[in-house]
Design a protein around this ligand. Structure first.
Ligand code: HEC
Length: 160
């Protein structure tokens, strides 16, 4: 019983962060935040998100991370998504989100699969975050050594 009470308290403490979430189908900033979380966007595009166990720093949310992803495609940087939305209308962002492509490890095909209402919510959430901030470093072609920290995405090492 003690343990269960403890678990309940922990749940109630955690609740305020998620209580504002809207249901699917509804277009809102709260739903957009939820979409960014369950879509995994913060994993790669929000500095400090993984290290903090899933806390979103509003100052860093979706602004990109200047750590390179290095592989056969060269080195890419998870972009500042605020800048992607900056000069687009909501309709333009929907069109963009349904069709854009990007290099690895960006799972652009997952964004294509989002409901239109979720893309609209994501747009409204991104716009609500405020100052777009600066672009991430430009991608580098294969063979050009990065000058930032980077993660090597090596091909699998197959046992002999
Ligand atoms: C595994 C890491 C990863 C995840 C997860 C991820 N991204 Fe990305 N994203 C990247 C990288 C790296 C790039 C840069 C790719 C390139 O340079 O071609 C990128 C690029 C983008 C771009 C293109 C920006 C531009 O200027 O061309 C958009 C838009 C984007 N991501 C949105 C999202 C959204 C929305 C989500 C969540 C549904 C998401 N990303 C999840 C790593 C990720």
């Amino acid at each position: 019983m003690r343990f269960r009470l403890g678990a309940l308290t922990a749940f109630m403490v955690a609740l305020p962060a998620t209580a504002a979430f809207a249901g699917s189908g509804e277009v809102s900033v709260a739903r957009g935040m939820q979409v960014s979380i369950i879509g995994g966007c913060n994993d790669c595009h929000t500095a400090g998100y993984n290290e903090s166990g899933g806390k979103i720093d509003p100052a860093a949310a979706l602004k990109g991370i200047p750590v390179g992803w290095n592989g056969p495609w060269g080195t890419t940087y998870a972009a500042n998504i605020r800048l992607v939305a900056k000069d687009k209308t909501e309709d333009e962002f929907v069109q963009y989100a349904k069709t854009f492509t990007a290099r690895p490890p960006m799972p652009f095909y997952n964004v294509h699969a989002m409901d239109e209402s979720d893309i609209r919510s994501l747009y409204q959430y991104i716009k609500s975050l405020g100052d777009p901030g600066d672009p991430m470093p430009a991608a580098l072609p294969p063979g050009t050594p990065p000058t930032t920290p980077y993660v090597v995405m090596a091909p699998p090492q197959m046992p002999k």
